[in-house]
Design a protein around this ligand. Sequence first.
Ligand SMILES: N[C@@H](CCC(=O)N[C@@H](CS)C(=O)NCC(=O)O)C(=O)O
Length: 212
Amino acid sequence: MTITITAFEKSPDGGKGLARDTRVRWALEEAGLPYQVRLVSFRAMKEPAHLARHPFGQIPTYEEGDLVLFETGAIVLHVAQHHAGLLPDDADARARAIAWMFAAVNTVEPPILDFVTARLFEADKPWAEARLPLVADRVRDRLKQLSARLGKADWLDGGFSAGDLMMASVLLRLRASGILDEFPSLAAYVARGEARPAYKRAFAAQRAVNAG
Ligand SMILES: N[C@@H](CCC(=O)N[C@@H](CS)C(=O)NCC(=O)O)C(=O)O
């Protein structure tokens, strides 16, 4: 069955791979699944046709036959549950990998989004100078905990899984700020994710749309 995802017609990051369609492309590449992309403008994202796919008028979405999904965590989990390569077979290891997916979007991504918002979109606010260090330290707290758990391992729980795919995708947003490099083991972890052939194909595909 044909898989169609949506992505920005023109991503604000100019093709750095930070728009969230990249993590869905990455999962599809890891699973070896071909897919089509429907590009949407910011205006089209808020119109009824797209709102029927995504109640919050965002990208990415995922269509496969009658199934329409939004939320990257749900999309990557769906792909991982139905195709080999992203979740371990052992039931307990599988549950732990899914826990890491939730940790990525629910525990690690929120402070990172607060930080990115404060740094990029609220820098001109009168309270920005006082707030930015606070939100940056909240990110550091999480990264400290995450790097303590990762230790010297390559991946968070045994072999590479959808948990790592989501976590590395979330951490990537920090690179431009320099905070990721304060945690060399996490910077290396993200680099390991980026070195995977499936990630490279996903990155190149979104870049072909957005660069220039
Ligand atoms: N929690 C959602 C977040 C989706 C999201 O924020 N998408 C961004 C692009 S990366 C978007 O569509 N932004 C435009 C907007 O919100 O109008 C997910 O993981 O899918």
